[in-house]
Each structure stands twice: as structure tokens, then as C-alpha cells.
Design a protein around this ligand. Structure first.
Ligand code: ZN
Length: 301
């Protein structure tokens, strides 16, 4: 029986308006909807007066202008970046120029190791944080205190930001309510992603606010479903390999029935991420490197 993920897609908002979504938390959604961003990037503002901004968003002048207009009379003191994809970090430059606030993040995209540009087109290669944040670091402002939670997988530099006193976790693209996360090698890493899901299961955050879509109010059930979903996908891939499908294209055809054509490439990258993980665990082997175009087969024990 297929794993049911309790997706959440009801999402009330107005583009270009900084709106209060919870005590001490406001959000403004950028007009960059897509099959990967849902309705667009949700930029969060935490605090009142002296505020921090999480994920300023894509390089869209109107988005930064609307955010600054919504913060008129207030002071941005911290700019936090969950990860360096082009829908999250590029607007940090304009926001920093306008406010002087320093940026906080785990580090540059892909650890600064430039890979194949065709594979890494979504990366923001220009972003370098002013303050490098490590797992467990505290980032304190006038009325809030974040704890950084390193959650590699979607990207190697992905951070969630917790407000431990409020039971809140800003979960970035690591855990979203509307969709699963894209795990695309080489920077996306399925083994790391699964470990980062387990890491959240060991925590007791009560509500997640992802960068895309609505809050997740039952986060443990949601994360458990994502873990089960990936295990089910892995089992499906192993069945395809056992039945003689050696190529990622053939596996996608078998496993993703009714897939929108625009999501085919993402599905292939997800299967690739599983195969890289399985190869690393010695469960499958590839002819040559575990590349997207390689052929794969089970390791006979
Ligand atoms: Zn992302």
C-alpha cells in the first residue's frame, strides 16, 4: 500500500503584502510561483521593531521593495539564509544594501565547489554569508533567539532555524507541507537528507514554517510520512533493478505513473539520488561512476 503523505496546500496570502501569520512572525510571498516554489517564496520576518528576515527570496526588485515598505520605521538587524538556491538567497544582497544588516548562513553554495553548471543551475553562486553559522549556534536579537539546525540533504548547506522558546522551526526546503523536497545530486544527498529527517524526529518543535506554502502543525507525523515515502521509493527502485531496468529513465517510467512532463527531470534526479545512496551503501553498483546516465544493477550477495 502506498504511503500517504498528509500534504497541506491551503494557503491564504496576498502577493506583495507583509502579513502577520503568528505572534511575532510576519510573512511576505514573492511573485515567483512555479512547480518547485508552489505559490512563491515566503520571506519571514521575526520580531517587531528590531527584526530578522529569513530567506529574502529571489532577485525580484518588487519583492524587496514590498518587504522594505512593510518594514517602514523598523530596523532589520539579521538576514538569515536557509540555503543558497536562487529562490531563497539572491535578494539578500539588495536587502543588505538597503539596511546594512549582516547575512547569516552555513556557507557558500555546494561548499564553493563549482560542479556541472547544467546540474546546478538553481544554485546562487554569488552568496557568501557575513557570518558562518554552524549546527547548534545561537543567533540572538532584541526579542528572539534562534538556534541553527544544520539539515543537509536538499543542499549541503541547508539550515533550519528554530525558536526553541516558542516551539517553532523555520524548515526552509528541508520539510515542506505542499510537496516533498527535491534531492538532486551532486549537492543534493539522499543519505544526508534521511539523516536530517531523523534529526528533526529527535526534536520537539511544535510547528514548522517552511519557505514555501503553509505551516505544518503536526510535524512529527509529516516527517514520519516523508521517511516512509522515501523508503517505499527505494524499495520500488530495487524492484525495478531486480526486474532488469538498468537506466534511470526506465525506472522513472515504471515508478512515476501520470507524472507531469515538467517534473520528469526532477523525478530522474530523485531516482539518481537514491541510486547514489544505494551505491554508497554497497547495495547497487553502476557501470563506471554513479552518474545520471549510468546503468545500475543490484549487488548479488
Ligand atoms: Zn531549495
Amino acid at each position: 500500500m502506498a504511503v500517504e503523505i498528509p500534504f497541506r496546500r491551503e494557503f491564504a496570502f496576498e502577493y506583495g503584502r507583509l502579513e502577520r501569520v503568528a505572534p511575532g512572525i510576519r510573512r511576505i510571498v514573492a511573485r515567483n510561483p512555479s512547480p518547485f516554489t508552489f505559490r512563491g517564496t515566503g520571506t519571514y520576518v521575526v520580531g517587531d521593531g528590531d527584526v530578522s528576515v529569513i530567506d529574502p527570496g529571489p532577485d525580484l526588485d518588487e519583492h524587496v521593495a514590498a518587504l522594505l515598505a512593510g518594514l517602514s520605521g523598523e530596523q532589520v538587524t539579521h538576514i538569515l539564509i536557509t540555503h543558497t538556491h536562487s529562490d531563497h538567497s539572491p535578494a539578500a544582497a539588495a536587502l543588505k544594501a538597503a539596511t546594512g544588516a549582516p547575512t547569516y548562513g552555513f556557507g557558500p553554495h555546494a561548499g564553493g565547489k563549482r560542479g556541472d553548471p547544467a546540474v546546478e543551475e538553481g544554485g546562487d553562486w554569488d552568496f557568501v554569508p557575513d557570518v558562518t553559522v554552524h549546527d547548534g549556534d545561537a543567533i540572538a536579537g532584541s526579542s528572539w533567539r534562534f538556534e541553527a539546525v544544520h539539515t543537509p540533504g536538499h543542499t549541503s548547506n541547508h539550515l533550519c532555524f528554530a525558536l526553541p522558546d516558542q516551539g517553532i522551526l523555520f524548515s526552509g526546503d528541508h520539510v515542506m507541507g505542499w510537496s516533498t523536497s527535491v534531492i538532486a545530486p551532486p549537492d543534493g544527498d539522499m543519505s544526508a537528507y534521511m539523516a536530517s529527517l531523523d534529526k528533526l524526529l529527535d526534536r520537539s518543535d511544535a510547528v514548522y514554517w517552511p519557505t514555501h506554502g503553509p505551516a505544518i502543525t503536526e510535524p512529527q507525523a509529516h516527517v514520519h510520512a516523508f521517511v516512509a515515502h522515501r523508503r517505499e521509493r527505494e524499495a520500488g527502485i530495487l524492484e525495478c533493478l531486480a526486474a532488469g531496468s538498468e537506466r534511470i529513465d526506465a525506472i522513472v517510467n515504471k515508478l512515476y505513473v501520470g507524472l507531469q512532463p515538467g517534473l520528469r527531470r526532477a523525478a530522474g534526479r530523485s531516482v539518481h539520488a537514491h541510486l547514489v545512496d544505494l551505491a554508497g551503501r554497497g547495495v547497487v553498483e553502476s557501470e563506471g561512476p554513479a552518474a545520471i546516465e549510468a546503468s545500475y544493477r543490484p549487488v548479488r550477495s
